[in-house]
Design a protein around this ligand. Structure first.
Ligand SMILES: C[S@@+](CC[C@H](N)C(=O)[O-])C[C@H]1O[C@@H](n2cnc3c(N)ncnc32)[C@H](O)[C@@H]1O
Length: 413
């Protein structure tokens, strides 16, 4: 949450980590966002009254690590009470665990009204689908930009842990972390689908893990049991957004989804070229993709590939123009970026787009437009109803700072 005493409005152009070309401007999918599927004991830390852990954290000893790795301390942290008994286990460094505790990510704060109302009636059901195992199907029409699913991690594992620890210890610790969960959540994890990995843990993680960024502290792969039921499509109608302050994953629709339609996400970054994409899907999940894009004509596939590449180029150009002070250019490019993303049916979330325009107009000194887009963004964030209030707060702070300056200028003061 940004301080309301800072002198300039907070920047809207920040990065998260979903596999979508539009909606976020700054992320590096390969360095910062590994794809889903990538993948002894020192004295235990006693749980203290200030920490949420309901079991004694178990930490990895030096002998379990691959030689010459860093002195990072990785532990299993389990909070069996997390989200009124859902529970969660983290395998991460003591630094990351302390960071998350500091963000109050483990506090069960009540969701705001919009989020609470939405959670009451799911818009999907999990059913068996021919050739794809289980999947999520819409039980009513879903609006564009609607939050379809809200989920929390049963398990979150730092990729640093995956790199630092020997394979058999890694599997043993992940298994322990799952078995420390409350019974219902533990059974849910063990019932998830597997890919054809040799070891059960790798097969579950490989088929179901999604990657999320936790601040500057690195990438984690997580098992979000509900989200794990969503199948892949190269032309997805949904994507996920992760909130680290709430430790929550929200699945959002790109566009209208009709009742009876399957809800899908892309397991690979959308701009991945056809050959590479199909090989990646086959190698990691054994998927022989039969989605509408894979079955489309060469002409349509080439068109789509070009648009997706263009979306990324335009995003980079907006940042370049902004960073070099060419704000009008950045605004024009942002409009093109929005058009191409719409055309490709992967548009940015409306409040995110309006946040970006508001910031660019502010920097350009056009305060009326900055206020107009800032207000639109604020209204849209309220309507969006995320459990994460950070962006709503950001939009509020922005408007509180821009509006008085715009008013003063209007009155000629
Ligand atoms: C994250 S899970 C998705 C839910 C899964 N179908 C289930 O029954 O729990 C990933 C697995 O679903 C299957 N899957 C996902 N998308 C698919 C697709 N487009 N075609 C065929 N199988 C798919 C693959 O077996 C993959 O390993």
């Amino acid at each position: 949450i940004h301080s309301s005493t800072s002198t300039s409005p907070p920047s809207a152009i920040s990065g998260q980590c979903p596999n979508q070309p539009a909606g976020r401007l700054e992320y590096d999918p390969l360095r910062k966002c590994p794809l889903p599927g990538v993948l002894g004991i020192i004295p235990d830390i006693e749980p203290s009254p200030e920490t949420p852990w309901t079991l004694t954290p178990k930490c990895v000893g030096e002998e379990q690590k691959i030689s010459n790795t860093t002195s990072r301390v990785h532990c299993i942290f389990t909070d069996g009470n997390f989200r009124t008994g859902h529970g969660t286990s983290l395998i991460t460094t003591t630094t990351v665990a302390a960071h998350l505790v500091g963000l109050e990510a483990f506090n069960d704060r009540p969701a705001r009204l919009e989020a609470a109302k939405r959670d009451a009636v799911p818009a999907y059901e999990i059913v068996e689908l021919e050739g794809r195992g289980k999947g999520a199907v819409a039980t009513r029409d879903i609006r564009r930009g609607e939050i379809i699913m809200v989920d929390v991690p049963a398990l979150l594992v730092g990729t640093e842990f995956l790199h630092d620890v020997r394979a058999h210890h890694r599997r043993r610790l992940i298994k322990q972390a799952i078995n420390r969960l409350p019974g219902k959540t533990r059974d849910e994890v063990w019932s998830l689908s597997r890919n054809n990995g040799e070891y059960e843990i790798d097969a579950i993680m490989g088929a179901n893990a999604n990657s999320v960024a936790i601040s500057d502290n690195g990438i984690h792969v997580g098992i979000f049991p509900k989200v794990s039921r969503i199948n892949h499509s190269c032309r997805p109608n949904a994507y996920y957004r992760f909130s680290e302050t709430r430790l929550t994953m929200e699945v959002v629709s790109y566009h209208t989804i009709e009742k009876g339609e399957e809800i899908t996400m892309s397991y690979v970054p959308l701009e991945t070229k056809r050959q590479e994409r199909r090989k990646y899907l086959q190698d990691n999940w054994g998927i022989d993709c039969q989605c509408s894009l894979c079955k489309a004509s060469d002409y349509d596939q080439n068109e789509s590939e070009a648009s997706r590449g263009r979306i990324n180029e335009l995003r980079d150009s907006i940042l370049n123009a902004r960073n070099n002070g060419f704000f009008q250019d950045a605004i024009n490019i942002a409009e093109d970026w929005h058009l191409v993303s719409e055309w490709e049916r992967v548009p940015p979330l409306a409040p995110e787009y309006h946040d970006i325009l508001a910031e660019l107009y502010w920097r350009k000194g056009e305060l009326v437009n900055a206020t107009r887009f800032g207000r639109m963004a604020l209204d849209e964030w309220v309507k969006f109803g995320s459990v994460d209030d950070d962006q709503l707060e950001h939009a509020r702070v922005f408007l509180n700072q821009v509006w008085p300056v715009a008013e003063k200028r209007r009155k000629g003061e």
